[in-house]
Design a protein around this ligand. Structure first.
Ligand SMILES: *Cc1c(COP(=O)(O)O)cnc(C)c1O
Length: 413
């Protein structure tokens, strides 16, 4: 089955209660039992069933199973947000004294989170290019993970996952990939060598900007050495599934960052059109980036552009699809604000992956807490505008951005 067919007829789509075509929304806290014995069995994992929504819920499980199937993972664990997924996905196997090697150009929230990790004794070493030659300089016995965004938001760098995973596995650490901006429609990080995949499903998976959520998907293939990863020691008997076993029955359950059943349902609805939306978004973004790059005085970044530094990886790993984010530099913060304010269609909002085209000035908003140095390393300058391209008609989008840039450039030149 190809992707769009799988979205509607995949292995994990059928079998809903009462033959409903979509899973029912189990908007409940707890599940009742006929006897204490029956409940005991569920708690002892001797019988299937649900007990309490923080630990498991049929609507959330339906979403998790869909995501595991679409990413080719062994297990998926849904979380209250993408940030919760990153936090729990990493803290599940790390502890004080450990080090992570990560790319510079990460999502601002993740950079902030990594400074919280410092306070827990987990040190993150940032490299400009997440490639073996650079990672090698920082690798030591404390190195316990390599972390990056497949297409970084908003840096728009693309990672070479086969090469990175080969290096990670050589040094015995997992490759953890945030694939929010790529989505399983475009590529599956697990198939390219990653071990753990994380998504902010608030974005493209949901698609309509109606719920915050995240997910952790475990490929189930990494050979965890529990001497090296003592956090997983207690779960050693699960072998390569020890990561999922601990996450599910210990860390994730105890941290309490579960997804709401209603939001799981909204994500399942969104997923059904993920392929259609991504096809259109990729098409629109490629067309808009090409049109904007012809306007003198602005510089445009999108992975589909020939001059992009990772253009070869876009071809090899992403079938030429650069995703829905474009960044634009227009010369000054003042000009960036003017361009944003002159747009008639694009909505000023701090989100990506919506069906509506969204714009933001990252330096004064989502990167306001980061230092100037960290911002610039992430590809965010005073004059940068981030566009999250939606599914509107291509001509209307090009006309809107062209008029906004055109009028402003004359006036402020
Ligand atoms: C939005 C985003 C996150 C954080 O997800 P939330 O759902 O907002 O918590 C993490 N990584 C990337 C790449 C994102 O775009």
């Amino acid at each position: 089955m190809e992707f769009n067919t799988k979205l509607l007829h995949g292995r994990t789509v059928s079998g809903y209660a009462d033959h409903a075509i979509l899973p029912q929304i189990a908007q409940v806290t707890a599940f009742s039992y006929e006897s204490a014995q029956a409940q005991e069995k569920v708690f002892a994992h001797q019988a299937g069933g649900f007990a309490y929504t923080r630990i498991g819920n049929p609507t959330i499980a339906a979403f998790e199973q869909r995501m595991a199937e679409l990413e080719g993972g062994a297990t998926a664990t849904a979380c209250a947000s993408g940030m919760a997924a990153i936090t729990m996905g990493l803290l599940n196997f790390l502890r004080a004294g450990d080090e992570i090697i990560a790319a510079n150009g990460l999502y601002g929230g993740t950079i902030d989170l990594f400074s919280d990790f410092e306070k827990l004794g987990i040190h993150v070493r940032f490299v400009e290019n997440l490639i073996p030659e650079e990672i090698n300089k920082y690798t030591n016995t404390h190195t316990k993970a390599i972390y990056g965004e497949f297409i970084s938001n908003p840096g728009l760098r693309v990672l070479d996952l086969p090469k990175l995973s080969e290096y990670a596995h050589e040094i015995g650490v997992p490759l953890v990939i945030d694939s929010t901006t790529v989505t399983p429609y475009v590529a599956n990080p697990l198939k390219l060598g990653a071990d753990i995949v994380i998504h902010s499903t608030s974005k493209y998976v949901n698609g309509s900007g109606n719920s915050i959520s995240g997910i952790i998907i475990d490929g189930g293939r990494f050979p965890w050495d529990t001497d090296r990863y003592p956090a997983l020691c207690e779960f050693k008997k699960y072998g390569r599934m020890c990561y999922s076993a601990r996450l599910r029955s210990d860390l994730w359950e105890n941290f309490g960052g579960c997804l709401a059943p209603m939001n799981a349902y909204l994500n399942i609805l969104g997923l059904e059109t993920l392929g259609l939306r991504m096809e259109r978004i990729n098409h629109n973004a490629t067309a808009l980036a090409a049109a904007l790059s012809k306007i003198p005085g602005v510089s445009v970044r999108h992975p589909s552009l020939l001059e992009h530094e990772d253009a070869n990886l876009v071809k090899e790993e992403l079938q030429g699809q650069g995703g829905g984010i474009i960044t634009l530099r227009v010369g000054s913060k003042e000009k960036a604000f003017e361009v944003i304010n002159s747009l008639r269609l694009a909505t000023i909002a701090s989100n990506i992956g919506d069906i509506r085209t969204l714009v933001i000035h990252p330096a004064s908003t989502i990167f306001a807490k980061n230092t100037r140095e960290a911002r610039e390393k992430a590809g965010v300058y005073e004059d940068t505008i981030r566009i999250s391209v939606g599914i509107e008609d291509e001509g209307d989008l090009i006309a809107d951005f062209t008029q906004a840039i055109g009028s402003i450039m004359e006036r402020l030149a």
